[in-house]
Design a protein around this ligand. Structure first.
Ligand SMILES: Cc1cc2nc3c(=O)[nH]c(=O)nc-3n(C[C@H](O)[C@H](O)[C@H](O)COP(=O)(O)OP(=O)(O)OC[C@H]3O[C@@H](n4cnc5c(N)ncnc54)[C@H](O)[C@@H]3O)c2cc1C
Ligand code: SF4
Length: 536
């Protein structure tokens, strides 16, 4: 395409999005093809069920203005950009990113949707550089040009990795329908055309651009599935089917107590691609199948630590549980105090593994800084479990009313409203409506709309638990550990095992090019281990 045609793609963003209000305006009038509950939605940003998810993203713009050091970052050229559009190049960048994520989790109590995009940028930064070094392609230059425009416009980028995947035991080319994995259907002198779908796409209807990427290790037979590119969300041929979230339509009932968190929510959608054109300038991989695995690995390493966001949600839930205990008059009971300590311990354990991975991060050839792979997988493995324990303890402390409490509409009924006020009263200084609000918030985060973000997203996002266990297994250095044991017990001579003292990891542990991916076929993972070479 000519430069003018590329400029046209960026024309709607010629005025940078700065404030939350700019952001809301930027979401209107785009003509997206969106379906929610079987009905087309002309303006998702104005839809009452979907609006809370745009509110959550808008906080990323507010934070960047209020706390530029946290919500924003300086590029190497000295430009101030939103941190969600910044490729980290030192450990401090990653540490600040995790603190930003925690802060936004505290402000919204939900998924604020922007991290998949920044983690896709980081992964593409590393892998396009490596691909070009090996093959003489110019993907990295294209990515940098895209990034610069995205930073200047301050757009939201959705990260689209997860394919529908069909039969999980089969490779993309073996599926009964090739569209079960996104793939190239046509190439011409201007670019490529892709068809297929991406599932569970966080915040995609609140985004401006999408970066799509392969979801797993590929072989030469899957060449057309090895494709990475960027498209505008309103590109011709793209449509969206928005996911249903538990209790999402409570917001339509009127009132705001029963919704639990009426202002903020996450959102996910299936994105359908039908012959979608991507100009060469926005193609960052096309056919380099051997780089699919490192790309997924780099992405998941970034993204698994991004789940520091959940510690912000944990802060909210711990606070809600403590407040509910006070409202019930049990705050001094030793087991309640102990449960709050346990919740805090679990939450801070997640945080510590995320920041440890940032502190022990490494610089890649492209200059991008990436979290320690092992610690990032440990962080995400913690996230697959601890929020469930925290949620259980919050429910324990809150009492059964979180699931049996009548609707706020009873308060409007003279007879039942009076009974509610009488029987939900706990102490003279506790307002019944405040008590109801607190209980609904706990319901919202543990079994309601934002349990999507706090629990199931914690479980499956960035790969299901087994994906991290495979990575942890791959990196556990058993031979070295056995060597230490043999050395100490004096049996080293007999067993001829290497002895390597690695305490403290004096050398940074470099990420390995391997098959350990978020959504890979486990059958393959059993026979591909550390040191396997990538051959594009
Ligand atoms: C709320 C939410 C938000 C998300 N946001 C995004 C997003 O923004 N972008 C994005 O790209 N993705 C996103 N995801 C997708 C997420 O990465 C996937 O859900 C995850 O990788 C699991 O894939 P799946 O849902 O298809 O489950 P499956 O892959 O079907 O997994 C189900 C179970 O089967 C097991 N399994 C699967 N395949 C195999 C195999 N070959 N061998 C053995 N066991 C196997 C898994 O370990 C798991 O236990 C999101 C998910 C959620 C829940
Ligand atoms: S789950 Fe957390 S890391 Fe992922 S996009 Fe949402 S807020 Fe960001």
């Amino acid at each position: 395409m000519t430069q003018t045609q590329i400029d046209e793609l960026w024309a709607p963003f010629s005025k940078p999005i700065v404030t939350a209000e700019d952001y809301f305006r930027s979401l209107g009038g785009r003509g997206l093809k969106v379906s929610y509950m079987g009905e087309p939605v002309a303006e998702p940003v104005d839809h009452p069920v979907l609006r809370p998810s745009a509110n959550a993203v808008a906080e990323t713009y507010r934070l960047a203005i209020e706390h530029p050091e946290l919500g924003g970052a300086r590029t190497e050229k000295g430009k101030q950009v939103n941190r969600f559009l910044h490729v980290a190049n030192k450990p401090e960048d990653l540490l600040a990113k995790h603190d930003m994520q925690r802060e936004l989790g505290r402000r919204t109590g939900t998924c604020f949707q922007r991290c998949v995009g920044v983690d896709a940028l980081g992964a593409c930064h590393i892998v396009t550089f490596d691909m070009d070094a090996k093959n003489g392609t110019d993907y990295h230059k294209r990515l940098l040009a895209f990034l610069e425009r995205a930073q200047a416009a301050n757009v939201v980028i959705g990260g689209a990795m997860t394919d529908p995947k069909g039969d999980r035991s089969k490779a993309p080319h073996e599926q009964i329908d090739l569209d079960l994995f996104l793939h190239v259907v046509k190439r011409d002198d201007k670019g490529i055309y892709v068809s297929g779908a991406k599932m569970h796409q966080t915040g995609v209807i609140n985004s401006h651009w999408i970066i799509f990427m392969p979801t797993m290790r590929l072989t030469a037979l899957d060449k057309d599935f090895a494709v990475v590119g960027a498209i505008r969300v309103d590109a011709p041929g793209v449509s969206y089917i928005v996911g249903r979230q538990t209790n999402d339509t409570r917001i339509l009932d009127g009132g705001e107590i029963d919704a639990g968190n009426a202002k903020y929510a996450g959102t996910e959608a299936i994105v359908v691609f039908k012959d979608v054109f991507v100009p060469h300038e926005h193609v960052f991989m096309d056919g380099e199948w051997a780089f699919a695995s490192p790309l997924v690995s780099r992405f998941t390493t970034f993204h698994r630590s991004s789940y520091a966001c959940k510690t912000g949600l944990g802060d909210v839930l711990i606070g809600a549980a403590a407040a509910a205990a006070e409202q019930n008059g049990v705050e001094k009971a030793s087991h309640i105090k102990d449960k709050l300590v346990e919740m805090t311990h679990l939450n801070e354990t997640i945080y510590s593994s995320c920041v440890a991975g940032a502190a022990r991060s490494v610089t890649m050839h492209s200059g991008a800084q990436i979290n320690d792979e092992m610690l990032s997988n440990v962080a995400k493995q913690n996230v697959t479990r601890f929020p469930y324990d925290i949620a259980r303890l919050a429910q324990d402390i809150a009492g059964g009313l979180i699931v049996t409490m009548p609707s706020e509409k009873e308060l409007l009924n003279k007879e039942t409203g009076a009974l509610m006020r009488k029987f939900l009263k706990t102490k003279s200084n506790v307002n019944v409506i405040d008590r109801m609000r607190m209980l609904r918030l706990i319901e919202n985060m543990t079994i309601g709309r934002n349990a999507v973000g706090y629990l199931t997203e914690s479980l499956h996002g960035a790969g299901s638990p087994q994906a991290q266990r495979i990575e942890i297994g791959r990196g556990m250095e058993l031979e070295i550990k056995k060597g230490l044991a043999f050395y100490l017990c004096g049996a080293t001579k007999d067993r001829n095992v290497p002895v390597k003292m690695v305490i403290g990891h004096e050398e940074p542990r470099l990420p390995i090019d391997h098959v350990g991916v978020g959504q890979s076929r486990e059958v393959e993972l059993t026979h591909a281990w550390v040191g396997e070479t990538v051959d594009a």
